[in-house]
Design a protein around this ligand. Structure first.
Ligand SMILES: Cc1cc2nc3c(=O)[nH]c(=O)nc-3n(C[C@H](O)[C@H](O)[C@H](O)COP(=O)(O)OP(=O)(O)OC[C@H]3O[C@@H](n4cnc5c(N)ncnc54)[C@H](O)[C@@H]3O)c2cc1C
Length: 411
């Protein structure tokens, strides 16, 4: 069923009784040509591209909960490309571009909105870091520019006077976009299902079966399923799912929190980053302030997070925007991140034949379409596209790390 204005009007006339399920309810077959573990944007996207670009349609996505119940629906939707190492700068710039045509390709409104991002810089070190980031990313086509205090005040008129805080200027990044996060899961699920992919919810992978040649299948809560090609896109669960295949991942698993206020009339069209405080916020289409900062300071699988993080985030925002002090806090949550030791993604084959992994590295909503496309390509062809050669798992033993952890894009 094609979604269009005409169809919407037609369904309206019929009292909206004619809509079909967005994706088929599938029960697992005995065997598939490929299986993807994880029904978030990355996993569903990989299944869609396997079917669409490689003609491999005998594919299942196995999701232990419901679609998009993981980080895909828990993130703050910022799609940016301010990473400085060449492999990351190239990949993330291409990733931002990959969103532009996604809604029309999937015939699903992802509510992609171009916001722009204004970063408030509060030290000379931030300023020189920003300049370095701008110079590097420009080589790959990204557009950021330093703005002076006057322009910063024009963009953020509610910010405190620079006389009260050591604000030295800002960075403006016009290409930053936001997308409705759960629509990404639903859009990929619908498009993949239309191409024949089986999407199986409430199906937890509990073990990975191997023989001397490599992967032969998975054990799941709905029984064993055979496959010779297995992709993993499980966000914060990578360490223990990979361990089922005997693969050890160099990652640390930590909660990352987000929080929202009650909705108010629109007053902020930019995403604001307070660099000195490692905090950011924006206003959603519904009017809520969406706020976030760094990860919790210790590893955990709890999807609640530590209380000091919201407290510090709000304190930081109020220092720069004291006029927001009467906003009301509505709710807070956490998702679980698999942080790689260099904060760069892993999209790679493993030492186990037929077992391929996509680990976002730090914040991977922004890379969803491109990472999924590259993961599918890897599964189909059993070799990495040049764009992801640097993201191999091997780099942690050869030492060719992409040490983005302390750089501009990750602080
Ligand atoms: C609070 C927060 C804010 C964020 N903000 C941003 C941001 O602004 N920009 C950005 O780029 N990124 C951001 N991120 C990161 C981003 O959300 C993730 O990197 C990305 O969404 C990961 O997508 P995914 O499809 O890999 O994972 P998920 O959506 O988590 O999907 C993985 C799925 O795997 C399933 N699964 C796990 N184990 C099994 C198993 N054994 N069997 C079957 N299924 C299994 C899970 O149930 C889950 O649904 C943020 C994350 C959080 C938590």
């Amino acid at each position: 069923m094609k979604y269009s204005a005409l169809n919407l009007a037609w369904q309206g006339v019929r009292n909206h009784r004619g809509w079909r399920r967005a994706w088929r309810h599938a029960t697992p077959k005995k065997a598939y040509d490929a299986i993807i573990i994880g029904g978030g944007g990355h996993g569903l996207g990989a299944a869609y591209y396997l079917a669409k670009k490689h003609g491999i349609t005998n594919v299942a996505v196995l999701e232990k909960g419901w679609l998009g119940g993981g980080n895909t629906a828990r993130n703050t939707m910022t799609i940016r490309d301010n990473f400085i190492y060449p492999d990351n700068a190239r990949f993330h710039h291409a990733a931002v571009k990959s969103w532009h045509t996604l809604s029309s390709e999937l015939n699903f409104n992802m509510m992609i909105s171009k916001r722009g991002m204004t970063t408030v810089l509060m030290s000379d070190r931030d300023l020189s870091d920003a300049q370095r980031m701008i110079n590097t990313t420009a080589l790959f086509g990204a557009e950021h520019r330093i703005i002076d205090i006057e322009e910063l005040q024009q963009r953020l008129p509610m910010a405190v006077s620079p006389a009260r805080l050591p604000i030295v200027g800002g960075v403006y990044h016009p290409d930053v976009v936001m997308a409705r996060h759960d629509a990404v899961a639903w859009g990929y699920a619908r498009a993949a299902s239309n191409l024949g992919v089986d999407i199986i919810e409430n199906c937890e992978v509990t073990d990975i079966i191997r023989d001397a040649k490599g992967v032969t299948g998975v054990e799941t809560s709905l029984g064993n399923i055979l496959t010779r090609k297995l992709g993993m896109a499980v966000a914060g669960h990578g360490k223990h799912v990979a361990a089922m295949a005997g693969v050890e991942l160099p990652i640390e698993t930590v909660p990352l929190q987000a929080m929202v206020s009650t909705p108010v009339k629109p007053f902020l069209d930019n995403i604001v980053v307070l660099r000195g405080f490692n905090t950011y916020f924006m206003q959603s289409d519904k009017g809520e302030l969406v706020m976030g900062s760094g990860t919790d300071p210790y590893p955990s699988y709890s999807q609640r997070g530590a209380p000091q993080i919201p407290e510090a985030t709000i304190a930081a925002i109020l220092q720069v925007f004291p006029s927001l002090e009467r906003m009301q806090f509505m709710r807070q949550w956490a998702g679980i991140l698999d942080l790689t030791y260099d904060n760069s993604p892993i999209i790679s084959k493993t030492e186990v034949d037929g077992f391929y992994i996509d680990v976002a590295g730090s914040g991977g909503f922004k890379t969803t379409p491109l990472a999924a496309m590259m993961h599918a390509d890897l599964i189909a062809n059993d070799r990495p596209d040049p764009l992801i050669e640097a993201y191999s798992l091997e780099r942690f033993s050869t030492g060719r790390l992409i040490l983005e952890r302390a750089s501009y894009g990750n602080r």
